[in-house]
Design a protein around this ligand. Structure first.
Ligand code: ATP
Length: 199
């Protein structure tokens, strides 16, 4: 699996539709200061579900929408699509190409799509679990992230190793099962109370 293409429209400094093609191996993005290099990695993190405006170097989520610049009007929405080559089947989907899309408008209304089919953020997160690609994972190391990892609490650092070892998916499922178990226990308690009152 590798990142094949990134399509950006209305995201940060990308007012016009911009398509970046990647090939396997190393790609370097070069350009003058402030030209938008980090905005490319922000776009990748955002489409993968980043929810923190601060992590995207903004004050609010609407800051990711192109705010206008000399002669160009501000945009009403931002849309990023990330296309992955999945010919090795690393992602559990029956497609050789997988496209993840995220769109947001100024009202804050957001949408996610997997291969153009609307889905939930949770579906995107689950798709990438244990692949190391999720927004918090080790495949995207932003400026200052190495220092952050080195100085983070051991339990936070452990999450990175768990992702690499492929056990995050099971931990997430365990959490979900425990939550359902607790709900069921509460329901049982309520039913026992009602039966007690009736008998
Ligand atoms: P450096 O080399 O200094 O790290 P860079 O090439 O990584 O710079 P970025 O930080 O990616 O540059 O881009 C910063 C530019 O993006 C600034 O010019 C800023 O005005 C512009 N920008 C950020 N958000 C928006 C937005 N919402 N609308 C328009 N332009 C934006």
């Amino acid at each position: 699996m590798y990142l094949k293409r990134l399509e950006i429209l209305g995201f940060k400094s990308f007012a016009e539709k911009t398509e970046l093609e990647f090939t396997p191996g190393i790609t370097a993005v070069v350009g003058p200061n402030g030209s938008g290099k980090s905005n490319v990695s922000d776009a990748i993190r955002w489409v993968l579900g980043e929810q923190s405006a601060r992590a995207l170097r903004g004050g609010s989520m609407a800051d990711v929408i192109f705010a206008g610049s000399d002669g160009k009007r501000a945009m009403g929405f931002a849309e990023v699509s990330l296309v992955l080559d999945n010919s090795d089947g690393a992602l559990p989907l029956d497609f050789t190409e997988v496209m993840i899309t995220r769109r947001v408008d100024r009202s804050g209304e957001g949408e996610y799509f997997i291969n153009q089919v609307p889905c939930r953020l949770k579906d995107v997160q689950e798709l990438f679990m244990d692949t190391g690609i999720g927004k918090e994972n080790y495949s995207i190391i932003g400026q200052g992230r190495i220092d952050e990892i080195l100085s983070s609490k051991p339990e936070d650092r452990r999450a990175l190793f768990e992702e690499a070892a492929g056990i995050s998916r099971y931990k997430a499922r365990k959490r979900e099962a425990q939550r359902r178990l607790e709900e069921t226990e509460q329901n049982l308690l309520r039913i026992t109370d009602i039966i007690g009152e009736l008998t």
